[in-house]
Write a protein that binds this ligand. Structure first.
Ligand code: BGC
Length: 333
């Protein structure tokens, strides 16, 4: 009898140890939201969103711990060497970053919509690296709660072979001024899980690997004007066993990849379903993806705050509660 109890306790301790070991590798962030359609538009406001200071207080109070701020630096840097970034644009981004940090949020700052590098990578490589040189110098004294993400969704002609070289060079440039800041990097094909196996990351304890998840695309991007041909509106996501199994299987692929790569922490940096899908399906899908990521120790960042996928309605000035609860089920007292 005693032996049996001792054995059970032994197994329990082992389980606890295993949990704490896998937690040791996890991140200080879990739930975030993208401040999309603002600073990655050609000019902030052109896509209908201007980031207001008060948003960050709302976001923090709702239970999020980080924001990802997509920025189109390529539209605000010289096209000739040394590719100087406009001082006024820096000021605006600094202001937004500072407001988020001030509210106790972690901040992910990236290079977003650098479309030219996807079409003519070799021609833009130097500019991309010089932009990172400026960003890393500019933000070197910022708190460690500011994280860098090298490039949103490498795609088209920026293939894995090139991207693996560029990312290595960008990281070594950043490391000269920011030796331990977290750097996020993702695979090609728009940060696809299916390209993780082509991604090569340097041996650095402060690397985080990101991927984006919009499957099934026919559902999440129905009626999306920027997709051609745009998937027809009307596809539901019912949360059947079959539908769930696909999502789980794909997230498991990312976890398996991480296990084979020294348990590098994972961030699901974008996921969301466009507002043309019915709300019930969006809520079911969003909740299932968020919980499934959490169960696997994957931090996530919802796409996005207050535009076409928005969890917040900027006109009414209120959260879209069903979506918010899908993301953050606990109601704060
Ligand atoms: C793009 C957005 C787009 C979203 C969903 C993001 O990476 O930057 O413009 O709305 O993906 O397609």
């Amino acid at each position: 009898m005693f032996l049996r109890q001792a054995f059970i306790i032994f197994i329990l301790v082992l389980c606890l140890l295993k949990t704490s070991i896998s937690f040791a590798k996890s991140l200080p962030i879990l739930r975030g939201v993208n401040m999309g359609n603002a600073l990655e538009a050609p000019i902030e406001g052109e896509w209908g969103v201007v980031i207001r200071d008060e948003y960050f207080k709302l976001i923090k109070e709702a239970g999020f711990d980080h924001v990802r701020i997509p920025v189109r630096w390529s539209a605000h840097a010289d096209i000739r060497p040394p590719y100087n970034i406009e001082a006024n644009f820096f000021k605006r981004v600094d202001h937004v970053v500072n407001e988020a940090l001030k509210n106790g949020l972690y901040v992910i700052l990236n290079i977003h919509h650098y479309d030219e590098i996807m079409q003519r990578p070799e021609q833009h490589k130097d500019r991309f690296l010089k932009i990172w040189e400026q960003l890393s110098r500019h933000y070197k004294d910022y708190p460690e709660t500011l994280w860098f993400e090298l490039l949103n969704e490498p795609c088209n002609y920026l293939n894995s072979k090139l991207w693996n070289q560029y990312l290595k060079e960008a990281i070594s440039i950043i490391r000269k001024t920011n030796p331990t800041r977290k750097i996020i990097v993702g695979p090609t094909d728009w940060n696809s899980i299916y390209k993780l196996n082509e991604l090569e990351i340097p041996n650095d304890p402060n690397i985080v690997v990101t991927f984006h998840y919009y499957n099934p695309f026919q559902f999440t991007h129905q009626g999306a004007e920027w997709v051609s041909p745009s998937p027809p509106v009307g596809t539901k996501w019912l949360g059947t066993t079959f539908e769930k199994r696909i999502v789980s299987g794909e997230l498991d692929m990312a976890v398996e990849w991480s296990k084979r790569h020294n348990n590098v922490p994972l961030l699901l940096g974008e996921f969301g379903a466009y507002s043309k899908a019915d709300m019930e399906s969006r809520v079911r899908w969003t909740s299932f993806v968020a919980r499934s990521a959490e169960e696997r120790g994957i931090a996530w960042c919802y796409w996005e705050f207050c535009a076409g996928f928005g969890v917040y309605d900027p006109v009414k000035g209120e959260w879209r509660t069903p979506l918010l609860r899908a993301l953050i089920p606990e109601v704060k007292k």
